[in-house]
Design a protein around this ligand. Sequence first.
Ligand code: SF4
Ligand code: SF4
Length: 467
Amino acid sequence: MGQPVSKIRAAKLELYRKQGKIHAKAVSGRFNSLRWLCVGLTQIIFYGACWLNWPANGQLRQAVHFDIAHEKLYLFGLVLWPQDALLLALVLLIAATGLFLTTALAGRLFCGFLCPQTVYTSMFTWIEARVEGDHLARLQLDRGPLTLNKIVRKTLKHVLWAALAAWTAITFVGYFTPIRELLPTLADWQVGPWEAFWLIFYAAFTYVQAGLAREAVCQHMCPYSRFQGVMFDPATRSVAYDSKRGEPRSSQRRSSPAGDCIDCGICVEVCPTGIDIRDGLQYACINCGLCIDACDQVMTRIGAPTGLIRFASENELAAMPRQAWFRRPRVIAYAALLLVFAFLGGWTVSRHAELRFDVLRDRGVLARETADGQVENAYTLQVMNLTEEAQEFAVAVVGDGKLQIVGPNTVSAAPGSIAPLQVTVAAPAGALPAGTHALRFHVFSPAQPALHAEEASTFRMPEATGR
Ligand code: SF4
Ligand code: SF4
């Protein structure tokens, strides 16, 4: 006599959930397709963008290049310098608040579809399935004795994994050392020590994280899974099992009373992190939706409505009325922060210029009177040359001619550097009333009229002289 079906299913569940490595069953469906679409799009960008060139100064250069040696970041036509750190900080803040807002609205969508850990694990698992077979074949192979077939398949899998990890590392380093320069040095074993270190480190990192650690990263290492709950509210939609509809679960559907869950365990078999969504919201759930695909197929097969597992909020499952977004403090807070950071980012980009300068007044002596009856104020101009060539800049005072620069008024600045320029501004004593007067400095390149900038400052006319 064989075992009852329910016992076999329970044993099968243990097999997938507790013992050793998780070999998830492949499943087709809309969420699986969406996942692969995300893998395709992100990897076309990652593996492809380093090969794009961009015209600059009559030459082609790599369109996306983090030039650490020269402290520059090339993003197509944009060149960012360390002075643009604010813009980079804003981009990070926009990404973080965007992630928080998405999580508050729809749970861990990023984890399930865009997180590099998920994306690379999907790619590594795909290779594993091509070499070792479906999830049952892989389980059998893992548990079986060491045969020639096992050695060949395992070796081939690890070789392919290593090749993918190596190409990923080469691509990653190719964003820092132009990839067209990196590849010939690699072929000749002539890479520098830093490139060698990052190539080895990143290849090993990818191999271990996506090939060996896989779901353990999401379950035990990722801090985001631990604090995601803070962003949730009762209206947050995430992958959930409708226990009102599904329970009591029973493999004997005709038994009464019975919910729609036939306890087939397929939702657990397809889960890449090996959890049972019917146990409720869990930090290990990456919201990939594969259990939705699996359960929808089961429901269709038994003639029940789909959606026993679906994206639903706590309120929705409890049949409570929908909560409008403007009644959700977290959503409002994250959306407001996102808008503020996006506005600041746009403003910073609109002000991005290749020539900038700051004006510092001489704090020691606000104003001094000279023997020839002039009043002088001293300033230091910190002139930033954010072009890629050395520049000669000149400075003038904007105004009605009463204020004049005396002494040196030009400065040379190397590409991407800040050059200090000591400037003295003078006015005849009595030409202006005593007090503080607004003044504007105009810095420009005589050779390139398009390069110019203005900054405001003040000129101090002392009491005794102004009378
Ligand atoms: S796939 Fe659906 S029917 Fe099967 S065990 Fe999971 S929830 Fe129940
Ligand atoms: S429970 Fe469902 S959504 Fe969550 S990780 Fe597993 S398969 Fe993905």
